[in-house]
Each structure stands twice: as C-alpha cells, then as structure tokens.
Design a protein around this ligand. Structure first.
Ligand SMILES: Cc1cc2nc3c(=O)[nH]c(=O)nc-3n(C[C@H](O)[C@H](O)[C@H](O)COP(=O)(O)OP(=O)(O)OC[C@H]3O[C@@H](n4cnc5c(N)ncnc54)[C@H](O)[C@@H]3O)c2cc1C
Ligand code: FES
Length: 349
C-alpha cells in the first residue's frame, strides 16, 4: 500500500510507496523534481505541503529552518508521506531537465591545481551524450570506492568533463584521488544533479562566490555566462585560506581583460604573511563591497555560491542581511560524510 502525491508542476499525481520519500518517488516516476544533495542539506527540494501528512527525517537548518517548517514547508528528500499529499515546489524558476546518464568514463589527465586540490579530466566512453547546465554536479565512483558528488568545472559545451577534487584527510575517496588516480583509469559517472545552476534568463547582476574547490561549479557558471554574451556585472569572489590555496587566477585575470563586465576578487582568510590582497572572511569582503556600492547595486541580483558549508552558510546570511533573498541564492554547500553525521546526530539528540 502507498499514497498518491499531486503537485501543480506535474500533469498527473505520482505514487509513493510506504516509507519512500516524495523526492525518491518523483524521480522513480521520471519527474524533474528539483533536488541537489538528496540528504536534507541543500534546500533545493524545498516544497510547501498544501495538504496531507508527512514524517520528516533529519536535515540541516540551512536547508529548512524551524520557522519554515512551522510555516508548512518540507524537504521532499526527507519527507515520507503518511497520507495522500499535495505539494507545491518552491524553487521552480527556470527549471532544467537533462536526461539522467550513467556513464563509463576514462581519465584523460590529472594535474595539481594547489597543494591539496587536483584537477581530473574525463572523456565519456559509454552512456552519453551528457548534457548539463553550468553549476550542476555528478556522482562519481572511482575504482570500487563509495561514490561522491563533484561539480563540473568545464562549460557544458566542452567535450571533456573537468573536476576539482580537494583532499579531505581521513576521507574514503579523496586520498585515493590524491595518490592513485591516473590517466587511463576507468571511472563511473552519474548525473547531472543539482539546482544551483546558471539562470539563463536572468539579466541582473551576478555574484559568484567560491571557497576552495567550490571554484569548480562557479568557474563553469562564470565562463558560461561570459561566453554566452551576458552583459550584466559579474563579480567572482574566491575565498581561500592563504596564497598557496589560490588557483585559476591568471585565467580569471585574462577574462577580466577581455570582458569589461567581469571582476575577480581573491580573499585570503589566513594569509601566511603581509599581502596586498584582500584579507578576512569572504562574507565580510562581499558585505563591505556591497555596502560601499550603495543600495541599488543589488537590484535584481542573483548569487551563486559553492564550497565549504560554513562559508556558504555565512555568505548566504550576509546576502540576506543585504536584501538578497534565499530564492536568489543558488548554493551548493560541499557537505562531507562528517558534516552529514553531525547533522544527523544533532537532529537525533
Ligand atoms: C553537491 C556537492 C558537490 C560537491 N562538489 C565538490 C567538488 O567539486 N570538489 C570537491 O572537492 N568536493 C566536492 N564535494 C564534496 C565531496 O562530495 C566529498 O564530500 C569530499 O570530496 C570528501 O570525500 P571523501 O570520501 O574523501 O571524504 P569522506 O569519506 O566523506 O570523509 C570526510 C571526513 O569525514 C570523516 N568521516 C567520514 N565518515 C564519518 C562519520 N560517519 N562520522 C564522522 N566523521 C566521518 C572522515 O574521516 C573525513 O575526515 C561536493 C559535495 C556536494 C554535496
Ligand atoms: S535535495 Fe533535499 S535538501 Fe538537498
């Protein structure tokens, strides 16, 4: 026995099996329900529960705050129906629907971008063609290790898939990527996923905020926007700890020389010594610049954010203070297994 779920975005109701989440059931039915992490961390599947009862499993407050929950919002990836339900998807602006592909890829080359971030480029051998929108990510399985999410750093029109993978000490996958992945290796890739993609119809200012390897999707977004002829101001803030964590700077400076509407700002949070660069936390640098630019600088703006959860969450909060609502912040926080375990423990206790 199961239940039925309706959503105005879909022509027909879909069936949910007992114990199944609304998101899993929608995806099983082949519906393009917006989603990202599928683990209650990102907020991409946020929906209004119009009618019916659901049980919510643990999720982060960033994805859904207690106030939002009290106002009848749910996360479809955490919501298990206990009756027939009616929901309304919130993040429905400019939805994209690419076919979900399960592909066999081959490593073309591996290069060090910094002391702890590697670039891995893949050629698709089977299961393509792969289409995605700049800012989306894929689920990747190296050898027989658990699969992990990594964002595409290339533009969608480029043939090789490019990933920037930061070493997480003690992790199940990234030490292997650091030490062992090499050209010629076979890799399984499934995707695309995610809703923090470039909104093509948007013509207002773009704030692109990246921390560490969060530069991967943000690079794809910025390069796609510029190559596609977008004319609005596009500002990329790249937050890292120290000089040795910076990468891609020469390429972004070249883009700045070519496109008058693009600006690149590197921000160091813990410089090793005296520096001419901006210093401090990324969110503070963005806040200071926007306050100095005046109240109209953010009219019609959208922000794209990716990187460590603490950076993404503080930047989203800073933007909210300045009047950029959550619906205009398209954010991928790079939650690891440790972050997910913390959220589960906090919600359980
Ligand atoms: C949407 C999305 C996009 C992403 N894109 C990128 C990207 O482009 N580039 C990138 O570098 N990363 C990205 N990430 C992060 C990436 O998916 C991995 O989480 C990261 O690479 C760590 O993988 P790992 O297997 O090495 O570490 P994990 O095995 O996840 O371990 C991480 C840390 O947690 C500890 N740990 C593991 N399990 C537990 C547990 N149960 N309890 C407590 N601690 C635990 C480990 O010891 C380690 O220190 C993205 C994440 C998301 C959600
Ligand atoms: S997909 Fe539901 S919170 Fe990320």
């Amino acid at each position: 026995m199961g239940f039925s779920v309706t959503a105005p975005q879909f022509a027909a109701p879909f069936d949910v099996e007992m114990g199944e989440t609304i998101l899993d059931a929608a995806l099983r039915a082949g519906l393009a329900y917006p989603h990202g992490c599928r683990s209650g961390n990102c907020g991409a599947c946020k929906s209004a529960l119009i009618e019916g009862e659901v049980e919510m499993s643990p999720h982060s407050e960033f994805a859904l705050s207690p106030a939002e929950r009290a106002n009848g919002l749910i996360l479809a990836c955490r919501a298990v129906p206990w009756s027939d339900c009616s929901v309304r998807i919130l993040d429905a602006d400019e939805t994209v629907a690419h076919p979900l592909r399960k592909m066999q890829c081959r490593v073309v080359d591996v290069a060090d971008l910094t002391h702890d971030i590697r670039r891995v480029r893949l050629a698709i051998e089977e299961g393509g063609p792969f289409t995605f929108t700049a800012g989306q990510y894929a689920n990747i399985r190296f050898a027989d290790l658990p699969s992990r999410d990594y964002s595409m750093a290339n533009r969608p029109d480029q043939p090789l898939l490019e990933f920037h993978i930061r070493l997480v000490p003690g992790g199940a996958v990234t030490p292997f990527v650091r030490e062992q992945v090499k050209a010629g290796d076979s890799v399984r890739v499934e995707g695309p996923f995610g809703t923090s993609y470039l909104r093509d119809k948007h013509t207002g200012p773009i704030l692109a905020l990246a921390g560490g390897s969060g530069l991967a999707p943000i690079k794809s977004i910025v390069e796609t926007a510029l190559a596609g002829g977008k004319r609005q101001p596009i500002t990329l803030y790249f937050g890292v700890r120290a000089e040795r964590d910076l990468y891609g700077e020469a390429e972004f400076q070249a883009l700045m020389a070519t496109y008058g509407n693009f600006r690149f700002v590197a921000v160091l949070s813990s410089p090793d010594g005296p520096t001419v660069r901006r210093t401090g936390f990324l969110a503070d640098a963005v806040r200071a610049d926007l306050l100095a630019a005046g109240p109209t600088a953010l009219d019609g703006a959208k922000a794209y954010l990716a990187g460590p959860p603490v950076m993404v969450e503080s930047a989203v909060a800073a933007l909210a203070d300045l009047g950029v609502g959550r619906q205009d912040c398209h954010a991928d926080a790079f939650y690891t297994e440790a972050d997910k375990a913390k959220i589960a423990a906090a919600s359980a206790g």
